[in-house]
Write a protein that binds this ligand. Structure first.
Ligand SMILES: [Zn+2]
Length: 221
């Protein structure tokens, strides 16, 4: 038997659709299940089949980094809108051909962690872990050196900036790992993390991001 409160809720959804702030444009609007208005929904671009990324065994991402996604990411990352993790994680599907043992987020520098209070990639990693059932192993990769902000750097400058910035644990030996980050810009961060995990014996490293910027320098990591 359907419970009466369920029927009431279904009726309320029909007659009083939820007016909430859209995750992307921040306006009050009727939003879909992912929390976005129809105008922004129409602008979302799913990441097409991606060219493979140097240094990782597989790469996938949810959304292209265009204007509505940028708006949502900026507030998620810099303005404390941590609840947007569910919106981004919704699009972060683990490809079925990946055989992985665990999920590891790209770690944040201590200074940025202090300033921001959270690591957006760790929040996404926790969501992805919940959804796909693979364990979250945040302790396998640490940031051991502060790095400069990278938004205006080229790929080569980023690689230089990140050299030696990460330290993986010996416990990653033999594991197949899905590395999680909020955005892939040039791929330098993912490449450096993968190199370090493999140096400590990781069998395979895949990378899964919430969004993907195609043009150089358009990210904000
Ligand atoms: Zn919107």
């Amino acid at each position: 038997m359907i419970k009466p409160n369920r029927i009431l809720k279904a009726a309320a959804d029909v007659f009083f659709p939820q007016h909430l702030k859209c995750h992307c444009c921040n306006r009050e609007a009727v939003v879909n299940e992912q929390g976005i208005c129809s105008e922004c929904e129409g602008k979302l671009l799913y990441v097409p089949i991606l060219p493979q990324l140097y240094g990782v065994d597989g790469f996938s991402a949810g959304l292209m980094y265009n204007e509505p996604v940028r708006n949502a990411l900026v507030s998620f990352k810099f303005n404390g809108a941590v609840y947007k993790k569910e919106f981004f994680a919704h699009y972060m599907q683990v490809p079925p051909e990946w055989t992985a043992d665990c999920i590891v987020p790209v770690p944040l520098c201590a200074s940025r962690m202090k300033e921001r209070g959270y690591n957006q990639s760790a929040l996404l990693a926790r969501e992805v872990s919940k959804r796909c059932g693979l364990p979250l192993r945040e302790e396998l990769l640490k940031r051991v050196r502060e790095t400069e902000k990278q938004s205006l750097m080229t790929h080569d400058q980023r690689l230089k900036n990140l050299k030696g910035a990460f330290r993986a644990s010996e416990d990653c030996r033999g594991l197949s790992i899905i590395l999680i980050d909020d955005i892939k810009t040039t791929g330098a961060t993912l490449c450096e993390c993968s190199k370090e995990l493999k140096k400590r014996g990781a069998a395979r490293v895949y990378a899964l991001c919430a969004c993907c910027a195609m043009e150089k320098g358009s990210g904000n990591e």
